[in-house]
Structure formats: C-alpha cells, structure tokens
Design a protein around this ligand. Structure first.
Ligand SMILES: [Ca+2]
Ligand SMILES: [Ca+2]
Length: 209
C-alpha cells in the first residue's frame, strides 16, 4: 500500500516539475547585471582613448553614483563606439541603465541596442536619446518591453560632438533556466518513474486516486 502511494505521489511530482520547467521562472527575482555576472568587449574602435572596458560595467547597483574619474569612465575620440555584451546566461531584460557624461560636448547623444538570443538571432532592438548626465553620475533608467531570451547585446553609442564619453552601462533582468538543465532534470525524473513503473508491473496494480 505504502509503495503504491509513493508511486502515485512520484508521478504527480514529476508532472508538477515538468509543468514548472515549461512554465518558466514565474517567481524569479530580477537581478542587476554588472561586472560580477556579465562581460563586455569593445568591437570598435580598436581601443579606447580613455578608461578601460572594465569601467563600462563596474557600478555596484542601479542606484550607484559613478563619479567621473579616469578609473570609472569610458572615452572615445570620434563619432561612436560599438560594444558587445555577453550576459553569460539567458535573460528576460526589463531595464537598461545608462550613466551619461555631464557635458554636452562629450556626452553620448544616441544609443542603439540589438538583443540576440543564444544562437545570435535578433530578439529585439531598443533606441534611446539619453539625457545629459549630472556629476557625480546617476543612472537614467529605460524600460525594456518584450525583450526576452537574451544572451548577447550589441550596443552602438554615438556622440554628435566627435567625442563619446560616459560612465557606465547596466541591465536588470530575470534569469531563464537553461533548456538543457530543465531537460536533464526532466529526463532524470522520467527514467526514475519508468523504472518504478517496471517494478510496479510485477505487483498488483491500483489506480491513483
Ligand atoms: Ca563605470
Ligand atoms: Ca552631445
């Protein structure tokens, strides 16, 4: 009797877990993405005029102030720079955070983002004309709608002043479990359930109630 009850409970649990896996992270908490969990590469130009690529994503939180110093900002002498972010996981993105420079003759005047999934297919775009920053710099927050299943972000930042200077970029999003992980869990549970069913066939059967 106890064994049959356990078998029925196991089948119910399996169905529930698969249902949760397919439904996605309905209760997941949005996380802030910075140098602790994502990476970024400079695509063009070949090098920065000032600052380092690491300075791009080094703000601790969306509410952090990023005072302008040579150790915190990013500066290119020219019309634009291109960046590529690797989120190191699959996210539904909710907010784009941008810390602009505070002088019109150096700041970023336009931003174009292209969001890519794990196979590098586009899953959406977003364009913004950020406000002039203040000093010390605080983030301007842009809501992202329908930007889902993102692994990579290509960013083009341009200035109409032959200078492109800013303090920081960040994202807030919800991590989606890797399909392979959910699949492995499902397969493992299915194998266990199958073995139990084979064992149960050797015993009298009874319907789950
Ligand atoms: Ca920074
Ligand atoms: Ca400007």
């Amino acid at each position: 009797m106890g064994y049959r009850r356990s078998l029925c409970a196991g089948a119910t649990t399996l169905a529930l877990l698969i249902s949760i896996s397919l439904a996605g992270p309905t209760n997941a908490t949005p996380v802030y993405l910075n140098d602790q969990n994502i990476s970024v590469l400079l695509v063009s130009p070949a090098s920065l005029t000032g600052g380092t690529v690491d300075n791009l994503i080094d703000a601790d939180s969306p509410s952090a102030t990023d005072a302008h110093t040579q150790a915190t900002h990013v500066w290119v002498s020219g019309d634009s720079l291109e960046l590529r972010f690797d989120l190191q996981g699959i996210y539904n993105l909710e907010i784009f955070h941008f810390w602009n420079y505070f002088e019109e003759s150096f700041d970023v005047d336009s931003i174009d983002l292209t969001f890519l999934d794990a196979s590098e297919s586009s899953v959406g775009t977003f364009s913004a004309t950020p406000a002039l920053g203040i000093h010390p710099s605080e983030a301007e927050n842009f809501s992202l709608v329908g930007i889902e299943n993102v692994r990579f972000v290509n960013a083009l930042l341009a200035g109409s002043n032959d200078q492109v200077d800013f303090q920081n970029i960040g994202f807030t999003g919800t991590l989606i479990p890797e399909p392979s992980t959910a699949l492995l869990v499902g397969l493992g549970l299915s194998a266990t359930a199958l073995e139990r069913r084979r064992s149960a066939r050797r015993r009298p059967t009874r319907r789950c109630s």
